[in-house]
Design a protein around this ligand. Structure first.
Ligand code: ADP
Ligand code: MG
Length: 267
């Protein structure tokens, strides 16, 4: 059974898509069977995985609105070692088209149930808002990875997301938890970064990933080549950070002992 993780934050530009693509590739490189679900009409995770969002026959829109099965949509040979459920601009219409449909927030969950024996991890890239698409992700997921930049307003934004997670857990998906909080575009020379980091540790003890993702230009360049960073510049700091994150997530999920202070994140 796959572990289903939504990568969320209603703020745009915080590194959700970058995390989804590079974590998918890193988990796949660790021999995990991975499905990436693009739930953002911008289709950035689709393109960043090497799938042309304009050229696909079906997309996640057809799954949500027309009930097309995952296996008729999934792209298995995208090149990053993982499978992709692509998205494109069609998805913008899904919210309106699903108005009045009962159980519309469960469409993704029901669809993924049919394939979750085929994968070890299913990663869902959420759009930058708390809309029906994000709700579908939170209803389908077991855990939420919150990607965030350590900046002044970041914590304020977190409370709306935490409220949503709590409500979804209470109403429809009791298994839902915050899987972890990931600090992205991390710059340790910035004192605000350290302040926000300290606050995160005190509010979310045990949830903050030890791995931080540095600001690294290779991570920003890789998507224009349709490649996860590990196939663009394997030895970049960004590539190493996402490999370390995959290791941390595998250890957390597969019951290994909690990492010691000097664990292997900096490999
Ligand atoms: P989101 O999905 O949350 O909107 P993205 O992953 O698309 O955010 O990232 C926003 C922009 O920042 C993109 O141009 C991306 O390439 C860039 N970016 C993301 N993470 C990093 C990083 N660690 N270092 C440098 N650039 C990054
Ligand atoms: Mg995105």
């Amino acid at each position: 059974m796959a572990r289903i993780l939504a990568i969320a934050n209603q703020k745009g530009g915080v590194g959700k898509t970058t995390t989804c693509v590079n974590l998918a590739a890193s988990l796949a490189a660790a021999k995990k069977r991975v499905l990436l679900v693009d739930l953002d009409p911008q289709g950035n995770a689709t393109m960043g995985s090497g799938v042309d969002k304009h050229a696909v026959d079906h997309s996640v829109y057809d799954l949500l609105v027309h009930g097309v099965p995952v296996l008729n949509i999934v792209v298995t040979d995208a090149g990053g070692g993982y499978s992709v459920l692509p998205a494109n601009g069609d998805l913008t219409a899904a919210e309106v088209e699903l108005v009045g449909v009962t159980g519309r927030e469960r469409r993704l969950r029901d669809a993924l149930e049919e394939v979750d024996v085929l994968f070890d991890y299913i990663l869902i890239d959420c759009p930058p808002s708390l809309n029906l698409l994000t709700l579908n992700a939170l209803v389908a997921a077991e855990g939420v990875i919150i990607a965030m930049q350590c900046e002044y307003y970041a914590l304020e934004g977190l409370s709306a997301l935490m409220d949503t997670i709590t409500k979804v857990a209470a109403a429809v998906n009791p298994q839902l938890v915050v899987e972890g909080i990931l600090r992205t575009m991390y710059d340790p020379r910035n004192s605000l970064t350290n302040d926000v980091s300290a606050q995160l540790h005190s509010h979310f003890a045990g949830k903050v990933y030890r791995t931080v993702i540095p600001r690294n230009v290779r991570l920003a360049e890789a998507p224009s080549h349709g490649l996860p960073v590990m196939y663009y510049d394997r030895y970049s700091r960004g590539s190493k950070a996402y490999m370390a994150l995959a290791g941390e997530i595998i250890r957390r999920n597969e019951g290994a002992a909690p990492p010691a202070d000097d664990d292997h994140n900096s490999q």
